[in-house]
Design a protein around this ligand. Structure first.
Ligand SMILES: NC(=O)c1ccc[n+]([C@@H]2O[C@H](COP(=O)([O-])OP(=O)(O)OC[C@H]3O[C@@H](n4cnc5c(N)ncnc54)[C@H](O)[C@@H]3O)[C@@H](O)[C@H]2O)c1
Length: 163
């Protein structure tokens, strides 16, 4: 049976993530502001649910909710905290941009198995020429990235690398 992945937050990064996982995994999307998967992102392996219990049955939850700047110029982590609080999947991967120390604090607070991986897909206007020179077709497509960076506890990272 295919492993299951949930994408929490189906914006720019969430769509890239679904595209990355959908060929080999069953992908469930959770985004309270979405009524349907947009036509251009539909795929037989991708479906939308508003049911958190259904999300919590997946093997891996990948978090790509917004982390906007707060009024005092710090990073507003409220959506990350809210999401981590209700998630109970065996493994959680944060792809949202968060300040150093965030995952450590969340793991200490919740005891959950959380890893982090920075996403560079939006930086591609800077690297586009380099990317094209390598012969890659679309720098916005994670499948063409030839590296991924993971942080977090050793067990969480190893767990991800074994996927
Ligand atoms: N856009 C980029 O190029 C880029 C690149 C790297 C990292 N990031 C980071 O990734 C994160 C997401 O960025 P984005 O550009 O995809 O944002 P976005 O605004 O395009 O998408 C965020 C999505 O999350 C949904 N959402 C809001 N609250 C939610 C909740 N409580 N639960 C579930 N879904 C919720 C929204 O409806 C929206 O669809 C941010 O932390 C951002 O800094 C963005």
């Amino acid at each position: 049976m295919k492993k299951t992945v949930a994408i929490i937050g189906f914006g720019y990064v969430g769509k890239v993530l679904a595209n990355f996982f959908r060929d080999h995994f069953t992908v469930l999307v959770y985004d309270p502001y979405l009524e349907a998967i947009p036509e251009q992102n539909t795929h037989p392996n991708v479906s939308l649910t508003k049911d958190k219990e259904e999300i919590n049955k997946v093997d891996l939850a990948v978090v790509s909710v917004p982390t906007p700047m707060a009024d005092d110029a710090s990073v507003d982590l409220s959506l990350i905290e809210e999401t981590i609080n209700w998630l109970s999947t065996p493994l959680i991967l944060i792809k949202s941009t968060v300040p150093p120390g965030t995952v450590k604090n969340l793991v200490e607070k919740t005891g959950k198995n959380i890893a982090f991986s920075p996403e560079y897909v939006g930086e591609s206007s800077y690297v586009t020429q380099w990317w094209k020179d390598k012969g890659y077709a679309d720098p916005h497509d994670m499948k063409h990235h030839d590296f991924q960076i993971f942080g977090g506890k050793k067990e969480s990272k190893n767990n991800l690398l074994s996927w």
